[in-house]
Design a protein around this ligand. Structure first.
Ligand code: NAD
Ligand code: UD1
Length: 338
């Protein structure tokens, strides 16, 4: 299905990589982003990678007029809905902002899509909807129990999409549950650009390696894991966005409600990540063990078999590639896009 895709949140970390992957696959792309957590430079860089830039509209997904104008001006065949707020700790302090931004935007988007007759949507959900799983690897049919307003906002949108699909069975709805996206485009031109103190492991490690920060704080070494540190399923952002392109093609052939994990199926500890990054960068990453971060779980990794069966997609890039690509981006852009 080649056509024009609306990418909400397309200037952000995952969205900008998705724009590049879509355009490389032959799609035209319209981005809607209010730039609350991103820079337009990301899309200029996508233009350098793909020789042409996506069409950019600065606006808020909650702004119905703005959406109507986009659907009127372009023949949109599908929407990739990345726009949202994503910081777990911040969501605890500002829950209304999270519910408003993440849930209301999705309601407004669905209504505008319905009016425009656009019936294909891929939604960015998160492994955070599983909460603390009873076992690993995590399958899509596991119970859902998010532990933060951020996670609950993702689950609310998942539920809204399911209800919407019952009422509109001709729609194609895909809920993709990402594990831990890391890394950057191999060009080093686009990557993750956290504002202020990075919450997530990989950008923190990268900032220590490049000398922006003195050391990594490892949140606990007394978990029931091989080395005592937390274990996660890190997935290269290029694998993740290629998963979106195939998911889009799949849902356009197969109307339905689809819920799919995007992960590698491999568990990597914090100390494994430190070692891999040191190897990729040739820099040392000093660290200090500190107490556990409240709300963290010991181990979380995907059962990725459903994606393989339905989409014929598996993540192919190694932990070494994730670190090498993150390092290339970090070295070339030590202060991000600023
Ligand atoms: P990001 O913050 O880099 O990108 C989100 C983009 O959405 C930003 O460009 C921001 O300006 C934009 N935005 C936010 N609210 C908006 C609104 N109301 N209207 C228009 N634009 C708006 O985040 P990301 O890491 O690229 O994440 C993309 C999506 O994937 C999010 O929905 C996030 O919750 C989800 N997700 C991310 C991760 C992760 O680790 N990065 C993991 C699981 C799920
Ligand atoms: C975080 C979010 C989760 C989101 C996911 C993917 C929290 C509580 N959870 O999860 O909702 O879906 O990102 O983006 O924020 N670590 C350190 N030092 C650091 C940073 C992290 O030791 O400075 C450890 C953590 O304890 C964890 C691992 O590194 O064991 C990964 O942490 P992080 O990158 O924040 O991802 P998640 O905890 O999986």
């Amino acid at each position: 299905m080649i056509g024009t895709v609306l990418v909400t949140g397309g200037a952000g970390y995952i969205g900008s990589h998705a724009c590049a992957a879509l355009m490389e696959a032959g799609y035209q792309v319209v981005v809607l982003d209010n730039l609350c957590n991103s820079s337009l430079v990301s899309l200029e860089r996508v233009g350098e990678i793909c020789a042409t830039s996506p069409i950019f509209v600065q606006g808020d997904v909650r702004d119905r007029d703005c959406l109507d104008k986009i659907f009127h001006a372009h023949t949109i065949t599908a929407v990739l809905h990345f726009a949202g707020l994503k910081a777990v700790g911040e969501s605890v302090d500002f829950p209304l902002e999270y519910y408003d931004n993440n849930v209301v935007s999705s309601l407004v988007l669905l209504a505008a899509m319905q009016q425009a007759g656009v019936t294909n949507i891929v939604f960015s959900s998160s492994a955070t909807v599983y909460g603390d799983p009873p076992s690993v690897p995590i399958r899509e049919d596991f119970g859902l129990c998010p532990t933060s307003p951020y996670g609950r906002s993702k689950l609310m949108v998942e539920d809204i999409l399911a209800d919407w699909h019952v009422a509109n069975p001709n729609w194609s709805v895909c809920r993709l549950r990402y594990f831990n996206p890391v890394g950057a485009h191999p060009s080093g031109l686009i990557g993750e650009d956290p504002q202020g103190f990075p919450n997530n492991l990989m950008p923190f490690v990268a900032q220590v390696a490049v000398g922006e920060r003195e050391k990594l704080f490892v949140f606990g070494d007394d978990y029931a894991t091989a080395d005592g540190t937390g274990v996660r399923d890190y997935i290269h952002v290029m694998d993740l966005v290629e998963g979106h392109v195939v998911a889009l093609e799949y849902i356009c052939r197969q109307p339905g409600l689809h819920t799919i994990n995007l992960g590698t199926g491999n568990g990597v500890s914090v100390l494994d990540m430190v070692k891999a990054f040191e190897h990729a960068s040739g820099q040392s990453v000093p660290y200090e063990i500190v107490k556990r971060r409240p709300g963290d779980i010991a181990a979380c990794w995907a059962d990725p078999r459903l994606a393989e069966t339905l989409l014929q997609w598996t993540a192919s890039r190694s932990l070494a590639e994730m670190c090498e690509d993150a390092w290339r981006w970090q070295q070339g852009n030590p202060r991000g896009y600023a």
